[in-house]
Design a protein around this ligand. Structure first.
Ligand code: MLT
Length: 326
């Protein structure tokens, strides 16, 4: 199969693919370069940061397979793929634990000012009295989007003695029971916002969730609370958060792993704020899980080639395997 590797994946997986297929690499290239490179490709393997829009799909007349080496589909035009008879699969399972662990790393670092403390010491300062922070135990952790990742975050919070609450799109008895079994109480979105000491965002980016955490939502957060976004930059109104943080508002601090604009050369407006932690979309980058993602990508490509994709796909990975629309 002629494959374009448009993002970096686990090196062993890249080697395995190259042994069996004709693989071209064009990693994190600009949209024009991407359109040129896909011209003769039958499959594209990519992660976040690569926009697989209709123009890219149209630029690849022989395209048959899109493999999202991760979970978010906000960078893929799935409808255009279906229209062009292109199969879309993703690999969501292996990201849940690393993203949940990284959310907790941010939460702890934010609460206890770990990064600020490190910076101060490197500048030969010892401001011990200024570097206090809240205990987690007894505080409330709130999860917006209690799916696989969010539920795990809530469960980790409960293990630290926190009260864990969360909301989901469908507020059903089944969702309530599923979360209760993991020590997370299902509540409405407004309650998660108003009662969380640590508000963690875990919803996928879609038309429904774009701008979900806007100025009005931020104004309803608990005084002294912290916001953690490991979902997508577009879920949060970053300008509103900036205004909130710089106007002595109610939010004590924020940690942002995802951003409205990402990639080399991006200047974050938050870089000047010491109560904001910034990381470059690395929540899923645990080496062990990236290896699993890579192995799964190789399996899915091989299964597609052998015509047995349906048989090896887990339900959550099957995004579009419909025939083209008439
Ligand atoms: C994902 O959606 O799986 C994550 O954001 C990781 C990524 O693709 O970079």
């Amino acid at each position: 199969m002629r494959i374009l590797l448009a993002s970096r994946i686990d090196p062993d997986a890249a080697t395995a693919l190259s042994r069996r297929h004709d693989v071209t690499q064009a990693v994190d290239v600009d949209p024009e370069h991407l359109r040129r490179t896909v011209a003769d490709r039958e499959a594209i393997i990519f992660r976040s940061g690569v926009q697989v829009c209709e123009q890219v799909i149209k630029a690849a007349p022989e395209l048959r397979l899109l493999v999202r080496a991760g979970s978010g589909l906000d960078n893929v035009d799935v409808d255009a793929a279906i229209d062009h008879g292109v199969t879309v699969v993703r690999v969501p399972g292996s990201s849940a634990q690393p993203v949940a662990e990284f959310t907790f790393a941010l939460l702890l670092a934010l609460a206890r000012k770990v990064v600020v403390a490190d910076r101060e010491l490197r500048r030969r300062r010892w401001p011990k009295a200024e570097l206090g922070g809240p205990l987690l135990s007894g505080r409330t952790i709130g999860v917006v989007g209690a799916g696989r990742i969010g539920t795990r975050v809530g469960e980790m919070g409960a293990a630290w003695g926190m009260r864990a609450i969360g909301c989901v799109a469908g507020h059903t008895a089944a969702a309530r029971d599923r979360l209760a079994a993991r020590q997370v109480t299902l509540v409405p979105f407004e309650t998660v916002v108003a009662e969380s000491d640590f508000l963690c965002l875990h919803v996928p980016l879609s038309a429904r969730t774009r701008g979900l955490v806007d100025a009005a939502t931020l104004a309803r957060m608990k005084p002294g609370s912290h916001l953690i976004n490991v979902a997508r930059g577009g879920v949060l109104d970053e300008a509103a958060l900036y205004r909130e943080l710089t106007s002595g508002g109610r939010i004590a601090g924020a940690a942002l792993d995802v951003h409205e604009h990402e990639g080399d050369g991006t200047a974050s407006p938050f870089a000047e704020l010491s109560n904001v932690l910034l990381t470059p979309h690395i929540a899923a980058m645990a080496t062990d899980s990236q290896r699993l993602v890579g192995e799964r990508v190789v399996e899915l490509v091989d299964a597609y080639e052998r015509g047995v994709l349906h048989e090896v796909l887990a339900a959550e990975e099957a995004v579009s395997i419909q025939p083209p629309r008439p």
